[in-house]
Design a protein around this ligand. Sequence first.
Ligand code: ADP
Ligand code: ZN
Length: 722
Amino acid sequence: MIGKLEMASTKEDILKKYFGYESFRPNQAAIIDKVMAGEDCLVLMPTGGGKSICFQVPALLKPGLTVVISPLIALMKDQVEALKGNGVAAAYLNSSLSVQEQDQIMWQAKLGELKLLYIAPEKLFSGNTLSFFRELNVSLFAVDESHCISSWGHDFRPEYRQLNLIKQQFPGVPIIALTATADRVTRRDILKQLGIEGAETFVSSFDRPNLNLTVLPGRKRIEQIKRFIAKHERQPGIIYCLSRKATETVTASLNKEGIKAAYYHAGLRSELRSSVQEQFLRDDIQVIVATVAFGMGIDKSNVRWVIHYNLPSNVESFYQEIGRAGRDGEPADTALFYSYMDIITRQEMINNSDQQEVQKEVLHAKLDRMKQYAEADICRRRILLSYFNEAVDQDCGNCDVCRNPRTRFDGTIIAQKALSAITRTDQKIAMGMVIDILRGSRNRQVIQNGYDSLRTFGVGHDLKGEEWAEYIGQMLNSGVMDIAYDEAHSFKLNHFSKEVLRGERKVELVRYIPISERKAKEDTGVSDVKPKQEIIKDALFEKLRGLRKQLADRLSVPPYVVFSDATLSEMAQKRPLSEAQMKTVAGVGAEKFRRYGAAFIEEIVRFAKENTEPGTRIAKGLTYVETWELYQQGYSVKVIAEKRGLNPVTILSHLIKLKDDGHDVDLEALIDQQAYQKITQAAEELSIRKDEPLKPIFELLNEQYDYGQIKLALAVAEGKRA
Ligand code: ADP
Ligand code: ZN
């Protein structure tokens, strides 16, 4: 474990060494510089944006201790495990630890053995913790989830109010406040409450381009979900439902299909809730079907999809909930089911709530924005980002509207047909019956009411039921008719309807594209048949995932603490066979390599041996591996060459390359001292270095030493110079 100050390291060195990343994301570097200069700052980044790096890198660059204040006790353990996994000395203090355990951690802090200490606010302000910290060399305070300090925020926590004490008691120590959600008012309030009004605020884009956005028609939801999950085999995902009951029934139907799903809502015993959550984190449960009670403090980076079974009440909640997918930056799919009934349900909930009238108005206005999103016929991401005051000058290409651009058409005749069915039934019928009449369905209710003798009966048989539902929904939304919530949702004619019926007004509709005809994300590639490379990659990814799960279970940590999905997928693509190659994979730092590198390389080698055709890049890589294995068993170059049926010169060049890649090869032991002297002298005379043409040396030495020996000598000399 590394606890010492990193002498003269740059922030880039730290990023690479501990976290295995090549470069900073936007704003991270500027924020770190600010903190290193001893100044306060406020950081706004979306979930998954990479806030932690902003205080973890300074923690490693600065002498002393960084104290991280976070209300999410459930998360601390995993965050600390992840840091330790990267070789960073970290610990946490909260009520889940015994008194002895807490004392021990205090001791470690006192002895300067820790770089980061996570603490819950109630712990920070209890007993003599604060005065204890004053005796330590605290170099930075990070206030995570800092919107909790503001009563304007959506998650106010009274304990957070006491955080104003930090600046008072540690005036010289910089504070970095971080949050994923804060409008302007909340932002100002955070600075004021923390007493850091002068702090610079860094606002990152809230765009999450890796999230695919889709709205699906709210019919046959279960069937659509099954199809959706079939395309996401074994990938973890969340389904959000409005009611507890719905979470249970949806779970039951998925379980029937053999899908590992469990439900989660506030009505469950807390032990059961944590056990479900834990199993999901550990990839033992694939699907969580939950109410909005689920998710706060879920730090699972490999959630690959989120479905909204019902319409959320506002855009903020929606964005936060879909934001739980794809935190590792890898592609993730989100789908929202929408039908006009969802709006009605939500409106009724607001109307029947015991909120004050003004508040109800706000809620209705927020619901309206959500509705606009669901009904959009322009790029959905533009709508979302403009909601968060972010200007966007391009369509995103990763939402259903971008993939299937909408077309408008004159829908007056369609509207007239529907309105006339409503007129001829005395405005007593709702959606289902209107469609039955238009499509000419002779069901019992139709017959009983004599609707089959209406002149409109069957005039709309040319459209499918789902098309009618879509168009009637659009008519409602644009005010072509009204709906009486208090009369079994029957449709009522209004002024607009009458004008349409009389032919005085046109109705424009947006063409409905049946799901089967929509361009799915998966189909945007050139052909349906995946190229061979892809299939093998998928299989290897699964193998690596299996290994990750094994290791994680052995250490009892969630799998993403070992490696993220992004890291595994890069590994599956690059197929690193050596330490140096492995370390080029994002997310593989020095400590991660030390712990897991060999196991993953072994898995890749095994896979490659079983699946590789001669001549491919991986086959070339494998030849090194075979030489390496024999070398490790102690065979001489000559014997290795014989065993492999290759030229000794080739084996030597393998060993040189292996050494280059960071393997422990003792090149010096392979060369005769006299040869070494002669060759290096010759090289110096001719000023030839490794990797330059060697023929002149070969000739100068009268062809006495072969190319293998020359190469070897130069490599050894190079190693000595370095
Ligand atoms: P937040 O706290 O903002 O939700 P995290 O700090 O957990 O986000 O970061 C989200 C993911 O992005 C993590 O897997 C993290 O390791 C990764 N990440 C952060 N910074 C970088 C970077 N510069 N390069 C690559 N990955 C990064
Ligand atoms: Zn788009």
